[in-house]
Write a protein that binds this ligand. Structure first.
Ligand SMILES: C[S@@+](CC[C@H](N)C(=O)[O-])C[C@H]1O[C@@H](n2cnc3c(N)ncnc32)[C@H](O)[C@@H]1O
Length: 221
């Protein structure tokens, strides 16, 4: 299967946080930090689709021993991260790469973070990513996911679905993102052998934060 063309978030790096505040206020930030207490004990984290580094800079402050590999397609986004990390930048390894092309060499991550990245991928791409991520983790590693979602019921039909469609249209226009619908990341993570441990939703289910555990079992057939 041919991969969709990669989006380009470079132009948004400087304005992304303001766009976010104007559209969703502090809700996305609350999602990113929903499981921060559980992440504080991490020693080796992999942040995929890091973006402008606001979350990773916070993780570095809260977790003085963590070392972070931060992967993103966009050099200006990762420049933002290194600026925000300040003195903690020595504990960050910025990696400009497409997560669909493979993950960093080595293993032993006890934390994986994907905040609003999986919605840039198809279900098949999330499946391939989850299978790869699994090979890089310690036995009880965490994967923290923040995402948009379309809940069951009238709110999902009347509000969430049109909002998500509008976001896809806007990001398609601004970045060239070709994906047009939310992937089934839940199924993809389950099939790779991850177990959902905790879930919080906001804005009636339009936003979700999830905490997945690597588990010791084999991927589901
Ligand atoms: C919607 S932004 C979210 C950024 C950040 N995680 C946050 O919570 O604000 C998506 C980010 O993922 C990056 N991205 C999208 N597709 C990617 C891919 N295939 N590989 C690596 N990074 C990707 C973009 O460059 C962008 O920085």
């Amino acid at each position: 299967m041919t991969a969709l063309a990669a989006p380009n978030f470079d132009r948004l790096a400087g304005v992304y946080r303001w766009m976010e505040w104007l559209s969703f206020g502090g809700w996305l930030w609350q999602c990113r930090c929903a499981f921060l207490p559980e992440m504080r004990t991490s020693r080796r984290a992999l942040v995929l689709g890091d973006g402008d580094g606001r979350f990773t800079a916070r993780l570095l402050r809260e977790s003085p021993l963590v070392r972070v590999d931060a992967m993103d397609l966009s050099p200006p986004m990762l420049d933002g991260l290194m600026g925000r990390a300040g003195e903690d930048r020595a504990r960050v390894r910025p990696l400009v790469a497409d997560v669909r092309d493979g993950l960093p060499d080595g293993a032993g991550y006890d934390l994986v973070v994907t905040h609003f990245l999986l919605d840039c991928l198809t279900t098949g791409e999330v499946e391939a990513l989850a299978a790869q991520v699994k090979t890089k983790l310690t036995v009880k590693a965490l994967w923290v996911v923040s995402e948009f979602a379309i809940p069951q019921g009238w709110f999902g039909r009347v509000v969430a679905r049109p909002v998500v469609s509008l976001l896809y249209w806007a990001f398609g226009w601004m970045t060239g993102l070709r994906v047009r619908k939310l992937p089934d990341w839940t199924g993809a993570l389950e099939r790779a052998g991850f177990v959902l441990e905790g879930r919080r939703s906001r804005l009636h289910g339009l936003l979700v934060s999830e905490r997945w555990r690597a588990g010791s079992g084999e991927p589901a057939a």
